[in-house]
Design a protein around this ligand. Structure first.
Ligand SMILES: NC(=O)c1ccc[n+]([C@@H]2O[C@H](COP(=O)([O-])OP(=O)(O)OC[C@H]3O[C@@H](n4cnc5c(N)ncnc54)[C@H](O)[C@@H]3O)[C@@H](O)[C@H]2O)c1
Length: 451
C-alpha cells in the first residue's frame, strides 16, 4: 500500500521552502507542513515541461496539485496550458524553468532527445520526476539517469511514462511465467507493427512561426533547419513527426518498444544483457530503421536459465508457435516460449498454449487470490502518491533505465552490424570500439546533460 497523503515525505526542497516561505509570509512548521493562503496543505508544487501534446494527458492528474510552472517552446501551447493553470509561471526554456525554486516535482513531456537533460537537471535540483517514454535517447544517458536516481532514491520518486504497466494483464503474464505455466522459460519476443518510413531529415522550408522557439526545440541536437512537417501531428501523436530521426528519437524500438517490452520486462526481471545483435533496413545516417530485429542474451538467474530476448518491428515478426495463431493480428505483442508451452500477450489480454503432449498442466498451480500481484491503480497517481509518501513506483528510473539501456543498445548493435558483447557493470562494449563510440552522443554547444 502506498502511504496516504497525510504521510507525505519530507522533500529535499525543505531548505528552500523555509527561506521562500519566510519571504512569502508563510509559516513553516517543524514537520515541514506549510500553512498559509498560498499553500494548500499537502499539495505538490509541479512544473509541467512540454505543456501540450502528451502534456494534455496530465492536466486532470496534476490539477489536484499546485501547478506552479509551465514550460513549452511553443508559446501558443503555453497559452493553452495557462488557461487551465492560470496560477503557474511560464517559460520557453526548461533550464530557466528549473531555476524556479518552489518546484518540487516535474512532469516532462518534451521531445525524446531532451528527456535525459530535463530529468538530470530536475533530479540534480532535488525534484521528483515523471518523464515520458522513451526515458532517454542514448545508452549513456540511460545509465546516467539510472545511476543518478539510484544515488537519490531515498529522496526522489521517479516514474517513466509506460502507463500500460497498470493493465492487470501485465501482472497475470508475470505470474504465469514465474509460476511455470509454460514450463522452463526459453526465449521471449516482443514486436510492434508501426511503419513510418522517411528518406532523411526534412528540407528547410519557410521560417518558424513567431510562437515557436525553434532553436530551443532543437536544443542539444545538431541543428537541422525548420520544416513545418516536424509539427503537424495531432496533439499527443506529434512525436510520430520527429521520433524516427536519430537526433530526435530512437524510432519504434524506443517509442512502442518502451510499452511493449515492458510486458516482457516485468515478467523476466532481467538486468543488463551480455550481448546484443540486430539486423534491419540498410543503415541510414539520418533515420532509424523501420524494419528491425534486435536480440539480446541474458544470463541465468535464480529462477530461469539464460534466455534470449528479441524485439521485432516494422514488418519483422517472430514465428508463430502454431499456424492457427496469427501473430500478425496483434499489432503490439509479446510471446514467451517455454519447455511446455507458449504464452502470447497483447497489452490487455493473453492466451496460453500448452504446447507439447506432456503439457498436462499438472506442474502448474495457479496462485490463490491473495497471492496475486496487486493492481497498481492509476499509473500517474502512483507517482504523485509516491512523491508524497514512500517514493516507490513501479516504473522508476532503475526499472525503466535498465530496460531503455537495453533497447537502445540494440540500435548500437544494428549500427555496427555485428554481435556486440556488453559489460553491464561498466556500460562498455568489450569487443567493438566503434560500438562504444555510439553509446553516447555529442551535444550542441551550450547544452549540458548533467547540469
Ligand atoms: N506514454 C505514452 O503513451 C505517450 C503517448 C504520446 C507521446 N508520448 C511521449 O511524449 C513525448 C511528447 O510527445 P508528443 O507527441 O506530445 O510530442 P510534441 O512534439 O507534441 O511535444 C509535446 C509538447 O512539448 C513541447 N516541447 C517540445 N520540445 C520542448 C522543449 N525542449 N522544451 C519545452 N517544451 C517542448 C511541444 O511544443 C509540445 O507542446 C514523447 O517523448 C513521446 O514519446 C508518450
Amino acid at each position: 500500500m502506498k502511504s496516504s497523503k497525510e504521510t507525505r515525505n519530507t522533500t529535499p526542497r525543505r531548505t528552500f521552502l523555509k527561506s521562500a516561505a519566510a519571504g512569502a509570509g508563510l509559516l513553516i512548521l517543524p514537520s515541514g507542513t506549510r500553512i498559509g493562503a498560498a499553500a494548500p496543505s499537502n499539495k505538490l508544487n509541479i512544473a509541467l515541461i512540454g505543456a501540450y501534446g502528451r502534456g494534455l494527458a496530465f492536466y486532470d492528474v496534476i490539477s489536484s496539485e499546485n501547478v506552479v510552472a509551465l514550460c513549452d517552446v511553443d508559446e501558443d501551447h503555453l497559452a493553452i496550458a495557462a488557461e487551465r493553470f492560470p496560477e503557474a509561471r511560464h517559460y520557453v526554456d526548461w533550464r530557466r524553468c528549473l531555476e524556479q525554486d518552489d518546484i518540487e516535482a516535474v512532469v516532462c513531456c518534451t521531445t525524446d532527445h531532451t528527456h535525459a537533460f530535463v530529468t538530470m537537471w530536475a533530479m540534480n535540483r532535488g525534484m521528483h520526476v515523471y518523464c515520458e517514454k522513451p526515458l532517454t535517447n542514448t545508452v549513456a544517458e540511460a545509465r546516467l539517469v539510472r545511476e543518478t536516481y539510484l544515488a537519490n532514491k531515498d529522496k526522489l520518486a521517479t516514474q517513466c511514462g509506460m502507463q500500460r504497466h497498470a493493465h492487470e494483464n501485465f501482472n497475470r503474464v508475470a505470474e504465469l511465467i514465474r509460476d511455470g505455466a509454460i514450463g522452463t522459460l526459453e526465449d521471449v519476443h516482443a514486436w510492434g507493427d508501426r511503419q513510418l518510413p522517411r528518406p532523411g531529415y526534412l528540407p528547410a522550408e519557410g521560417e518558424p512561426p513567431e510562437n515557436l522557439h525553434y532553436d530551443l526545440w532543437i536544443g542539444p541536437a545538431s541543428f537541422h533547419p525548420y520544416n513545418p512537417g516536424y509539427f503537424e501531428g495531432r496533439p499527443g501523436m506529434n512525436c510520430l513527426q520527429w521520433n524516427m530521426y536519430w537526433e530526435f528519437g530512437s524510432g519504434q524500438i524506443g517509442d512502442m518498444g518502451s510499452h511493449t517490452m515492458d510486458i516482457v520486462w516485468k515478467a523476466i526481471k532481467a538486468g543488463h544483457p551480455v550481448s546484443a545483435e540486430a539486423t534491419g533496413d540498410p543503415f541510414n545516417p539520418e533515420v532509424t530503421p523501420v524494419k528491425l530485429t534486435a536480440t539480446w542474451e541474458h544470463p541465468a538467474n535464480d529462477w530461469r536459465p539464460a534466455i534470449k530476448v528479441t524485439w521485432h518491428q516494422g514488418g519483422a515478426m517472430p514465428t508463430s508457435p502454431r499456424n492457427y495463431v496469427d501473430l500478425e493480428k496483434i499489432g503490439h505483442g509479446a510471446m514467451f516460449r517455454g519447455s511446455k508451452g507458449v504464452l502470447v500477450s497483447d497489452f490487455t489480454s493473453r492466451i496460453l498454449i500448452p504446447g507439447v503432449d506432456q503439457a498436462d498442466m499438472t506442474y502448474y498451480t495457479p496462485r490463490s487470490e491473495d497471492e496475486l500481484i496487486p493492481p497498481l491503480g492509476h499509473f500517474q497517481h502512483e507517482w504523485i502518491d509516491a512523491c508524497k509518501g514512500d517514493l516507490k513506483t513501479t516504473c522508476d528510473f532503475d526499472y525503466a533505465g535498465t530496460m531503455t539501456e537495453q533497447l537502445l543498445l540494440g540500435l548500437v548493435a544494428y549500427r555496427v552490424g555485428e554481435k556486440i558483447e556488453y559489460d553491464g557493470a561498466t556500460g562498455r562494449v568489450t569487443n567493438n570500439a566503434e560500438a562504444n563510440a555510439l553509446l553516447g552522443r555529442e551535444y550542441r554547444d551550450g547544452w549540458v546533460l548533467n547540469g
